[in-house]
Design a protein around this ligand. Structure first.
Ligand SMILES: [Zn+2]
Ligand SMILES: [Zn+2]
Length: 448
């Protein structure tokens, strides 16, 4: 008989199971705890947005928007577009995409719900979730990946730039990544006052060195000269090392803000490297930009997080002019770096109590069920055997699950109205009154 084809996960996606899911939970819970202390509240925005949100937020000309969007469409609209031979007849609200990053959606939500009233305190928010790219599947490039990010809207105070970066570095420390294995690269992108003149300088430099640059970089001279700094071509990278540095051409306000960020990082004891070639090719980036690399990574894959100030973005997306800054941390890359550095990301849940049955009669089975129920309802994590194992293999199972305590019930103990508490590390056993098991176990767990 023909076997039914086995379903497989979509290309470029991953099932988060076991240790991987524990690592994702560990990152999210570390973020919630740490970012909360810095005044950040969790937010969740939809995984899809109108395509416009991303083409305005990220720029029409970026690779992400041009070729890497993962589009979403209803069956009805797909049928219509296929019949008409184009999606031109669809309204903006019918053209959807899965989010490739978290900032654009958050900024859209902040505008829509007026989260930053004029003159109000800055809004600090963090998020964690799936992001999507529709690019070709290859090693290290997933179609669904995970990010944790934080955003601040409503102030251009360089104190916020410094605090956000310090919080990011503290986050890596909380995950167990040693500070000496990380490299924080920092730069300023200037502002609408000082960047246009700088951009012209770089344009001239590109044209002067056209013979040594790749075709794309030569073309960039006219479209977006600063993106030549991102070119992966080693020849271009060499040429760009000697290009004019933005930090030599900042206006007074930008130079002051940059100096203040560096001063505050020093105060906090956060080491950084100035990286004048670290330039983000999007127009809305202003002033502070940063990136964190982990030692031992390969090329661009070694960047495990980064961000920057985007004082122009809210206005670009249709809101009142509102300064903002944010970062995003890639889960998959951070996990790779953690593994390479020997840091273990695991989520420490509640300690486990295993309820073991010494015997198979109905009264014992009922007592096991009752004890699990009582422990769980009293707020503890309890597990039991469902396969009729012997007592010895129940202890083995308890060890395997990481149980710290066993509650053992058998026919004789039941007669006496007792159960036995077994410490799984020392194997020490004590008798306990059946009716008071939740309290006794709670006390025993506290004393472990
Ligand atoms: Zn400036
Ligand atoms: Zn190039």
């Amino acid at each position: 008989m023909a076997q039914r084809a086995q379903a497989r996960k979509p290309e470029g996606t991953e099932d988060l199971l076991g240790a991987r899911e524990a690592a994702w939970l560990a990152m999210r819970s570390a973020a919630g705890e740490l970012f909360g202390r810095w005044g950040f509240s969790p937010v969740e925005t939809p995984m899809m947005e109108q395509l416009d949100v991303f083409s305005r937020g990220l720029g029409q000309t970026t690779d992400v928007v041009r070729k890497e969007m993962f589009r979403a469409i209803t069956q009805t609209n797909l049928t219509r577009a296929l019949e008409e031979g184009s999606e031109a007849g669809l309204k903006a609200r019918q053209r959807l995409a899965l989010r490739p990053e978290g900032t654009a959606g958050f900024v859209r939500a902040a505008i829509e719900h007026d989260l930053v009233p004029q003159g109000g305190a800055p809004v600090k928010a963090w998020y964690a979730g799936s992001m999507f790219r529709g690019e070709r599947v290859q090693r290290g490039r997933l179609r669904e990946f995970h990010q944790i990010g934080a955003e601040v809207l409503g102030s251009d105070d360089p104190v916020l730039d410094a605090e956000l970066i310090i919080m990011l570095m503290d986050f890596y420390a909380a995950l167990g990544l040693p500070a000496e294995a990380l490299r924080l690269r920092l730069n300023s992108m200037g502002c609408a006052e000082c960047r246009p003149a700088y951009r012209e300088l770089v344009r001239g430099y590109l044209l002067d060195h056209a013979g040594e640059l790749c075709d794309e970089c030569v073309a960039r001279a006219d479209t977006n000269p600063l993106r030549a700094f991102d070119c992966k071509n080693p020849g271009c990278a060499r040429v760009m090392e000697d290009a004019p540095k933005i930090t030599d051409h900042l206006c007074e306000d930008c130079a002051e803000a940059y100096a203040e960020v560096k001063r505050l990082l020093d105060v906090a004891g956060v080491p950084f490297e100035e990286a004048p070639t670290l330039v983000r090719g999007l127009d809305y980036y202003t002033r502070t930009v940063f990136e964190v690399e982990a030692r031992g990574g390969v090329g661009s894959q070694s960047a495990i997080g980064g961000g920057g100030r985007y004082d122009g973005l809210v206005e670009l997306m249709g809101g009142r002019p509102t300064p903002g800054i944010g970062f995003a941390v890639g889960f998959e890359r951070t996990l790779l770096a953690a593994e390479a550095l020997g840091a273990k990301l695991t989520f420490e849940g509640e300690p486990l109590v295993y309820v073991a049955a010494a015997g198979k009669d109905g009264a014992v089975r009922k007592a096991v069920f009752d004890l699990c129920l009582a422990l769980r309802r009293a707020g503890m994590r309890a597990e039991a055997d469902y396969q009729g194992r012997s007592l010895k293999s129940q202890f083995k199972q308890a060890d395997k699950l990481g149980a710290v305590l066993c509650v053992v019930v058998g026919p004789e103990e039941l007669e006496r109205g007792e159960a036995t508490l077994r410490n799984m590390a020392s194997h020490e056993q004590t008798a306990a009154t059946l009716g008071a098991i939740p309290e006794t176990v709670r006390t025993a767990l506290a004393e472990l």
